[in-house]
Design a protein. Structure first.
Length: 559
């Protein structure tokens, strides 16, 4: 029995450390059957399947973006590259008429550090000469390899106030091959999303093949900052969330199917391109030698007859990976917030945390309340577990005698052990099974508290000013082993380790002294493991330990 108990604890410890690598859904690698070799990729997009007519406007799109009048190369003056500043209550953005593309977008409600005067979060993180962050355009074999087109733009700046109506910016260009392109961006004062409508007109006397293609580039951090969130390219393909990890540089990975949206996401933010209507197409993921990731959405090509006009609409969402905001946006964008195999449990826990915070206005106190609620729900199971462990402790002298008596005959020893359990009506697994039932909830809480944007830069009390960062008292100028910067005293983590040590002391020890020593090392191991965890996670574990100590004391006092 002692061996089984030790094994259960060790297995739980291993799962706790590496579950996200071993047991959560793996980041999707492209199956070999779905890999598209570069030589098989449709370089000539005119051979791709025809797409349905997209010229009809969607009556549900409100307010509708008006279609500007087509332009010709004769009437369109030569344009120089310029920057267009967009200022809204939620963000500051800088557009370029070369592409057109977004050169910068800074979120006003999110800062780099907890200091309110620190710089705003910048979501365009490409370095110089890495190309454009986001480009959506109509591409054909004649223009796909040409330089970025310079567009005429009708505004040099836009400023929106909270009470402002949505405003448009129109970019116009005519390619040398006779294709007129008009891109209309619509900005809202109360949304992170931007509407985009692209109108193309074939001004030649011959039919033209092409496709509305979307490109998204981002530079991932060199060191992964979060323990539980995915960083990289992601898409909703065939109603399934796919996390695309491109491991080899200069290699393209491709998936095909019904594409609802594609995005790049990091710990707390996401940049997404969402077609107005999902279509079957090809998604390509690419890792450049310089380190940036590129996602390309290539829908089926269309045929544009002489003087024919065609349109395509998109929504660009560039903002926080906040479940409530994404859910309000629709288009299944909320699926981007994924808690792995614990998702069915983690989402209700996150909603509960947000509900408590509406009234408490402190996520640290909300975590404490949520921990108490979870403890109450599992009180009967943990009560049964601790009671079973106490009963096993009473049998330890008899079990030791049986082991000594039949130490050379394991079959006989196991038979008498089972008879002993039956006589005293003790279930040898009674102390382990209730704990194993709770593991999915514990992992779900770990996933939520480790990656929820709600906790980012949220203070608790005293020295804990960021529940998403490790707790550090003071800021030492020297390096501390096993600790990520900043370097300081992890007071909350040390308290958590002390509570685990006290709880271990109260727990019935195994009969084997060597096994008992191993059990006493667990609090030390957990303390080192938690030293770099977000303080919100450590707070949960500390409160849970304190409640467990109280429960154990109550059971032992009654017995």
């Amino acid at each position: 029995m002692e061996k089984r108990t030790i094994l259960a604890f060790i297995l739980s410890f291993i799962v706790l450390i590496a579950w996200s690598y071993l047991f959560s859904p793996k980041q999707d690698q492209v199956p070999k059957k779905e890999k598209i070799e570069e030589k098989q990729a449709p370089k000539d997009i005119s051979k791709a399947p025809k797409a349905p007519d997209t010229t009809r406007s969607d009556p549900t799109r409100s307010p509708a973006v008006q279609v500007p009048e087509p332009v010709t190369s004769k009437t369109l003056p030569k344009a120089d590259e310029k920057k267009i500043e967009i200022d809204t209550p939620l963000y500051n953005a800088v557009f370029s008429n070369a592409g057109p593309t977004i050169n910068s977008i800074k979120l006003k409600n999110y800062r780099v550090t907890t200091d309110p005067n620190s710089p705003m979060i910048e979501l365009v993180n490409l370095e110089k000469d890495m190309g454009s962050f986001l480009v959506v355009n109509f591409e054909n074999p004649l223009s796909i390899k040409s330089k970025k087109a310079i567009y005429q733009v009708d505004h040099e700046a836009i400023k929106l106030r909270p009470e402002s109506l949505p405003r448009d910016i129109v970019f116009r260009s005519t390619n040398p091959n006779g294709l007129s392109v008009i891109q209309t961006f619509r900005f809202y004062p109360d949304k992170y999303s931007i509407d985009l409508k692209i109108d193309v007109v074939n001004q030649t006397t011959e039919s033209m093949e092409g496709a509305f293609c979307a490109h998204l580039r981002a530079l991932p951090p060199k060191d992964k900052r979060s323990y539980y969130s995915y960083i990289g390219l992601v898409m909703l393909l065939n109603n399934k969330l796919e996390e695309i990890e491109v491991e080899k540089t200069s290699e393209k990975e491709a998936l095909s199917g019904q594409i609802e949206w594609m995005a790049y996401e990091d710990d707390y933010f996401i940049s997404a391109i969402i077609p107005e209507k999902s279509t079957k197409g090809v998604f390509k993921g690419y890792l450049s030698p310089s380190g940036f990731l590129e996602g390309t959405y290539l829908p089926p090509s269309v045929s544009l007859g002489p003087s024919q006009q065609m349109s395509s609409q998109y929504t660009l969402y560039i903002g926080p990976r906040d479940l409530n905001i994404l859910k309000q946006h629709g288009k299944n964008l909320a699926r981007a917030v994924d808690f792995g195999w614990t998702d069915i449990i983690a989402r209700p826990l996150l909603y509960s945390l947000r509900f408590f915070n509406q009234y408490l206005h402190n996520y640290g106190v909300s975590i404490i309340l949520l921990t108490i609620l979870v403890k109450i729900l599992f009180w009967p199971l943990t009560h049964k577990s601790y009671k079973s462990m106490g009963e096993m402790k009473k049998l330890q002298p008899l079990m030791a005698k049986i082991k000594e008596k039949h130490k050379n005959d394991k079959q006989k020893m196991n038979k008498e052990m089972m008879a002993l359990y039956k006589t005293y009506k003790v279930n040898p697994m009674g102390g382990c099974l209730p704990m194993l039932v709770q593991l999915p909830v514990f992992f779900a809480l770990f996933r939520v508290l480790g990656s929820a944007i709600e906790l980012r830069h949220e203070p608790f009390m005293l020295w804990i000013d960021d529940l998403s960062a490790p707790d550090r008292l003071f800021d030492f100028p020297f390096h501390i082993p096993f600790m990520t910067p900043p370097y300081g005293i992890p007071v909350l983590t040390l308290l958590m380790g002390a509570s685990m040590f006290l709880q271990q002391k109260m727990t019935p020890t195994p009969g084997d002294p060597a096994q008992a020593k191993i059990m006493m090392f667990l609090p030390i191991i957990f303390t080192f493991m938690f030293i770099n965890f977000p303080s919100g996670l450590v707070l949960y574990w500390l409160v849970n330990n304190v409640l467990s100590i109280g429960q154990q004391y109550h059971i032992q006092k009654k017995s």
